[in-house]
Design a protein around this ligand. Structure first.
Ligand code: SF4
Length: 411
């Protein structure tokens, strides 16, 4: 478990493997993976993408190794990469041997398209000699045709698990057990069930993913539904969002999911914001988006709230480290629910960023102390604006009662 993580999820015990210097399984923090979409032969372009993925939260990055030029590219990429590189292999077992020669930290083999036992065993023996792990990457869309037929022309969880077990059996014949496994499918219930069944029969670490989850935002939803369900059950040691989008989105989504589930220590801002309603005194969506942009990828591990009104905002976000609520064209800033300052509406975002930096550097107590001369005035101003809002809009800011009255008159 990540030392700074806060989850109470009991994780399934698994063996630990090392992907380069990154542990996977055996109680180590759940890791985030992504994959480059450049030609691997384009060394500088691929490295630029790897650095962007690492900055967005990827712990491990996979690159395709589909041709000799790609393997040569890997030889140049691996020594300069900030994170361990996995080579993705399909169809050509010789590309796996070339990737090992290039020094990759892990291989991904698809049992659906490298099927000759002697080829599988040759790769496993070479990986074993070099101390390099292999992911058995079963994919519902490219299942071994024999298994497909055996299970009645359908991709079933049982067929996917059997595919992984067949591959494992070949590996075990050459005494190779440095393995992690994935059984991905684009169908979320199928993927969930396949991983559950796999988790019941093996203690190898599992790599989770919903394959071909598609463009945003549907891709986020499908991938999160599958991955988060399993993680909540304690299943899964490393994850990848397979999105039809800039791969930086994959790394960011993976990292954010793990932070949201308390499985990784928070690195970036956890920006919370109210959904807005008839009582809002500012464009909450606009301010929240501006705040999100201003914080960007900065490492500010705080929960920061943007709230549309001072009536309910400070109370509802009292657990946030820092927040701002709109009222009477002003922003009421609060630290741990305590009013500390009042700023003009157009300075709300800049003020949040400035105070967030201050808290990260000096701590919450120091921030409250910083506000010792402004606290009383800020509290009074918030009370005035709260009373003003309630006076103007009453208790029923969304006019529900007026609508109810109208309905009663209509029927
Ligand atoms: S009551 Fe205030 S804080 Fe709650 S949703 Fe409406 S504007 Fe936001």
């Amino acid at each position: 478990m990540d030392p700074g993580a806060s989850s109470s999820i009991e994780r399934r015990p698994t063996r630990r493997i090392m992907v380069g210097d990154v542990p996977v399984g055996g109680g180590s923090p759940v890791t985030v993976q992504s994959m480059t979409i450049t030609k691997t032969a384009d060394v500088d372009g691929t490295l630029a993408q790897i650095y962007a993925l690492a900055a967005a939260g990827a712990d491990i990055v996979r690159c395709t190794c589909n041709e000799t030029e790609a393997a040569e590219g890997l030889a140049r990429i691996v020594p300069r990469s900030p994170v361990p590189i996995v080579a993705d292999i399909h169809h050509q077992y010789k590309m796996a041997l070339a990737a090992l020669e290039a020094g990759v930290a892990c291989l991904r083999l698809n049992p659906g398209n490298i099927r000759r036992p002697e080829h599988i065993k040759t790769v496993a023996m070479e990986a074993k000699d070099r101390g390099v792990p292999i992911r058995i990457g079963v994919n519902g869309g490219s299942l071994d045709p024999k298994l497909y037929e055996k299970y009645g022309g359908k991709v079933t969880p049982e067929a996917m698990v059997e595919s992984a077990q067949m591959e494992l059996a070949y590996f075990e014949e050459v005494d190779f057990t440095d393995v992690k496994i994935s059984v991905k499918a684009s169908n979320v219930p199928l993927m969930i069930e396949a991983y559950r069944q796999l988790a019941d029969v093996t203690d190898f670490p599992l790599h989770l993913g919903v394959t071909e989850a598609g463009p945003l935002p549907g891709g986020y939803i499908k991938a999160t539904a599958g991955i988060a369900t399993l993680l909540a059950e304690g299943i899964g040691d490393t994850i990848r969002y397979s999105l039809t989008a800039d791969p930086v989105e994959e790394a960011r989504a993976g990292r954010q999911l793990l932070e949201a589930m308390g499985l990784r220590e928070r690195k970036g801002v956890d920006l919370i914001a109210c959904p807005s309603c008839g009582r809002a005194e500012v464009d909450v969506i606009g301010v929240a988006e501006a705040a999100q942009k201003a914080f960007g990828e900065r490492q500010i591990p705080l929960q920061v709230a943007v709230m549309g009104c001072v009536v309910n905002g400070p109370g509802e976000a009292r657990d946030a480290d820092l927040g701002i609520a709109a009222g009477n064209k002003r922003g009421h800033l609060f630290v741990k629910g305590e009013n500390v300052a009042v700023v003009p509406e157009d300075e709300m975002v800049d003020t949040l960023v400035e105070w967030a930096d201050y808290i990260v550097e000096h701590g919450t107590e120091a921030a409250l102390e910083r506000a010792r001369h402004t606290k009383a005035e800020a509290k009074k101003a918030a009370a005035e604006d709260r009373a003003r809002n309630l006076g103007d809009r009453g208790d029923d800011a969304n006019d529900s009662e007026a609508v109810v009255e109208l309905i009663r008159k209509t029927i």
